[in-house]
Design a protein around this ligand. Structure first.
Ligand code: GUN
Length: 296
């Protein structure tokens, strides 16, 4: 039997409605809308499309967005000076610096300079530490979106065998930490696999929940999946263009064979992607509530 598709677009729409109402309440109460500043250095096509989508979603939900596109030659000092200004700007509640940055800029130095109270990506060490402790203010957006998809698709997480393929700081490590917490929507037994894992299939085949963030098309195929498992495909791989000239996207999971075996599966596009942006909006609202609420 073919797997049930987890419709990330529809679930994201539901969550966005909830956020839109809270944004309207916030704006009516405090006389200013939650605001997100986005910073993009250079002209990478994928990064431009992500940042454009983030700004558009802000507007759709009634939030302010302040976009700062900078030339690829921008110096580290100029970028740090901009972040310093945004840290002090009271209309800006969240700051997002789109990654990757050009090679001449020290990514860590930049991310560590963002006020942790405005770090809606959750990449600052203070926020990474809070996540580890189960005290996150801003859970990183892609992992938060994955957790929300699991919860809202009715997947049993408590006690489940979860296997994560990929150990990045943006997805693999934080989702593993989130799902192992002693909390509702977590409480799983988690294994992290990576490029040095011996016999990957041995691990993936026992997963009741399989989260694939390997960054490689077809990293997981049907024969590597346990019958009835929930499969979350985090991959975004651009493989040529569609007939209408848009980038054609595939995930890290070979969808055709995987959907024959899995119980539930996320498509690419339309799975994790829409949830990631939605969680960014949720974090921005939370940042605004913390900053303005604290002053009110
Ligand atoms: N580039 C790829 N993913 C992300 C993300 O979650 N946040 C930022 N800022 N840049 C990214």
């Amino acid at each position: 039997m073919a797997a049930q598709i987890i419709d990330g677009k529809a679930i994201a729409q539901q969550v966005r409605e909830e956020i839109r109402r809270k944004v309207a309440d916030f704006t009516a109460r405090y006389g200013l809308a939650p605001g997100l500043a986005t910073v993009l250095v250079g002209e990478d096509a994928a990064s431009i499309s992500y940042v454009t989508a983030k700004n558009r979603t802000c507007k759709e939900l009634g939030m302010e967005s302040f976009h700062h596109p900078l030339p690829a030659e921008t110096s580290q000092e100029e970028l740090l000076a901009l972040i310093e200004r945004l840290n002090r700007d009271r209309r800006v509640h969240g700051i997002l610096v789109q990654l990757p940055l050009p090679r001449h800029i020290d990514e860590k130095r930049v991310l560590f300079s963002i006020d942790p109270g405005k770090d809606v990506d959750g990449f600052h060490p203070v926020n990474v530490g809070r996540l580890m402790l189960g005290e996150a203010l801003f859970p990183p957006c892609t992992p938060a979106g994955i957790q929300e998809l699991l919860i809202r698709s009715g997947t049993v997480i408590q006690g489940a065998d979860v296997v994560v393929v990929g150990r990045s700081n943006i997805v693999g490590k934080p989702i593993a930490v989130m799902l192992v917490q002693k909390k509702d929507g977590a409480d799983a037994t988690v294994t992290i696999c990576h490029t040095r894992t011996r016999n990957l299939e041995e691990h993936t085949r026992r997963a009741e929940i399989l989260i694939v963030a390997a960054g490689r098309p077809n990293a997981v195929t049907g024969s590597m999946i346990r019958h009835g498992a929930t499969v979350i495909d985090v991959g975004v791989n651009r493989v040529g263009t569609t007939e209408s000239g848009k980038a054609k996207l595939v995930g890290d999971v070979e969808f055709a064979s995987a959907s024959e075996v899995a119980g539930k599966i996320t498509p690419v596009p339309g799975g994790v992607g829409p949830m990631t942006i939605t969680m960014l909006m949720r974090n921005t609202l939370r940042a605004a509530e913390l900053q303005v609420g604290a002053r009110a």
